[in-house]
Ligand binder design. Structure first.
Ligand SMILES: NC(=O)c1ccc[n+]([C@@H]2O[C@H](COP(=O)([O-])OP(=O)(O)OC[C@H]3O[C@@H](n4cnc5c(N)ncnc54)[C@H](O)[C@@H]3O)[C@@H](O)[C@H]2O)c1
Length: 386
C-alpha cells in the first residue's frame, strides 16, 4: 500500500530506545542480523510514525505506532504485555497497527490504523499512574491516534487514560459489549458466503460447526438457530457449551473433534491460527467463516483452503463489527446504526469474492486489495482543493 509519506518521528519526551539508537548508527547495514534498523522497519510496512516514551517515575515504557491516517485518525487498542525484548514489542506494535488500517478500510469507516503497546506485567495493581502516563503519550499525538482496550487492559484502565486525553474510546457505560454487533456482522457474513456458494443466502437447513461458545459464538448461535441452521458446537468451558446445546438445540463435540465435523460451514469463534497444517487437511466443510482474529496460521493456509475449494471469509472483514461498535461510540451512533453498518459486511464480502474471482487470487489477498483500493481512492479525492 502506498500511503502518502508523512514525517516519521517520536513524541516528546521520547527516549532513545535500543531501536532508535540502532537506527542512528551510520555504520550499520539495514536489516543487519541481531540489530534493529528502525527506519527500514517503518519503510517495510509503510508506517507513518512511531513514538516511544519512557517515564522513569512510573516505569511506563510505551510505543505508539501509526500506520496510516489517510482515512482518518489512527485507531487501535493498547496492548499491555511482557515482551521478551523491546524489538519484539515494536514489531508487534507495527504489525497490529497495519492490520487496523486494513480492518477500518474494509469496514468502510473513516479511521486509519494504529496500535500501542505498554511493555510490562499486565497483572500489576499499580495502574493509575501507568495508564495516565500512557494517556499523556496518546495526548502528545494530538488526535492522530485514538486508543481503546486490548489484551491486558480493561475499561477501567481506559478511564485513567481519559483523565489525560479525550482520544480514547471503550469507556465504562458507553458502547458496551461489542459482541452482539460482531456476531451480527459474522451472521451476515455467513449469509454472503452461502449466497456466493449456492446462490441463496438462506442458512435454513445448513450445518454449522461452531468453535467457541463465548460472547460472539453464543450470539451467533442464537442468530443462525433462529434461521433454522443445525449447530454442532464445542468449547473448553462445558458451561458455555451447555448454554448453546440447551438454547439452540446444538450437538456438542470435544474441542479437537470440531475440525472433523462434516458441515457446510466451520465458524471459528475462539482462537487464532486454527487454520494450520494439521486442520486444513481435516476440514470437511465448504465455508470457513467466523469471528476469531488471525485464523490463518500463515498466509499459505489461505492458499491451501482455496486449493481445497473451501470458501474463506477473511477474518478481518467478517469480524469488523467490533471496530464498528467502537466507531459508533466515537461518533455517538445509535445502536441500530452500528448494527446496520455491521450488516454491510454482507456486501463487502461479496465484493471480496468478486475481486478474488476477477483477479484469480485467494480471498485473503482480495480483501487486502479492496482495502488498498479504498485508501488510494480517498487519498486521491483528498488531494483536491487543498
Ligand atoms: N468480541 C468481539 O466483539 C470480537 C470482535 C472481533 C473479533 N473477536 C474475536 O473473536 C473471538 C471470540 O471472541 P469473544 O469475544 O467471543 O471471546 P470469548 O473469550 O468470550 O469467547 C471465546 C471462547 O472460546 C473458548 N475457547 C478457548 N479455547 C478454545 C478451544 N481450544 N476450543 C474451543 N473453544 C475454546 C473459550 O472458552 C471461550 O468460551 C476471539 O478470537 C476474538 O479476538 C471478537
Amino acid at each position: 500500500m502506498k500511503a502518502p509519506a508523512k514525517s516519521s518521528g517520536s513524541s516528546s519526551p521520547a527516549v532513545s530506545t535500543p531501536a532508535a539508537s540502532a537506527a542512528s548508527d551510520p555504520g550499520r547495514k539495514p536489516g543487519e542480523r541481531g540489530r534493529l534498523d528502525l527506519f527500514s522497519l517503518l519503510a517495510e510496512h509503510e508506517h507513518e510514525q512511531v513514538s516511544a516514551y519512557y517515564d522513569p517515575s512510573t516505569g511506563y515504557r510505551g510505543i505508539i505506532a501509526i500506520h496510516s491516517t489517510v482515512l482518518g485518525p489512527a485507531l487501535g487498542g493498547t496492548r499491555f504485555w511482557s515482551y521478551p525484548s523491546d524489538e519484539a514489542a515494536l514489531r508487534d506494535c507495527l504489525r497490529l497497527a497495519r492490520g487496523m488500517t486494513y480492518k477500518a478500510a474494509v469496514a468502510g469507516l473513516n479511521l486509519g490504523g494504529g496500535k500501542s503497546v505498554i511493555i510490562g506485567d499486565n497483572r500489576t495493581p499499580r495502574r493509575e499512574a501507568l495508564f495516565r502516563a500512557h494517556g499523556r503519550h496518546v495526548e502528545s499525538l494530538k488526535g492522530r491516534y485514538i486508543t481503546a482496550e486490548d489484551v491486558g487492559t480493561s475499561t477501567s484502565d481506559m478511564e485513567y487514560i481519559k483523565a489525560e486525553t479525550n482520544h480514547v474510546t471503550g469507556l465504562i457505560g458507553r458502547s458496551g459489549d461489542p459482541s452482539p454487533v460482531t456476531a451480527y456482522g459474522v451472521y451476515r457474513g455467513l449469509k454472503a458466503c452461502a449466497r456466493y456458494r449456492d446462490g441463496s443466502e438462506s442458512l435454513a437447513g445448513k450445518s454449522i460447526a461452531l468453535q467457541g461458545c463465548g460472547s460472539v459464538g453464543y450470539h451467533l448461535a442464537k442468530l443462525v438457530f433462529a434461521e433454522g441452521a443445525d449447530i454442532t458446537c464445542t468449547d473448553i468451558d462445558p458451561q458455555r457449551v451447555k448454554r448453546v446445546v440447551e438454547e439452540c438445540g446444538a450437538t456438542a463435540v470435544e474441542p479437537d473433534a470440531i475440525y472433523d465435523v462434516q458441515a457446510n460451514i466451520f465458524a471459528p469463534c475462539a482462537l487464532g491460527a486454527v487454520i494450520n497444517d494439521d486442520t486444513v487437511q481435516r476440514l470437511q466443510v465448504e465455508i470457513v467463516a467466523g469471528a476469531a482474529n488471525n485464523q490463518l496460521a500463515e498466509d499459505r493456509h489461505g492458499d491451501l483452503l482455496e486449493r481445497r475449494g473451501i470458501t474463506y471469509a477473511p477474518d478481518y472483514v467478517i469480524n469488523g463489527g467490533g471496530l464498528i461498535n467502537v466507531n459508533a461510540e466515537l461518533h455517538g451512533w445509535a445502536p441500530e446504526r452500528a448494527r446496520s453498518k455491521a450488516g454491510e459486511i454482507y456486501d463487502t464480502l461479496l465484493r471480496v469474492f468478486e475481486i478474488a474471482r476477477e483477479e484469480g487470487i485467494p480471498s485473503y489477498q482480495a480483501a487486502d486489495r479492496l482495502a488498498e483500493q479504498r485508501i488510494a481512492a480517498i487519498a486521491t479525492v483528498r488531494r483536491n482543493f487543498v
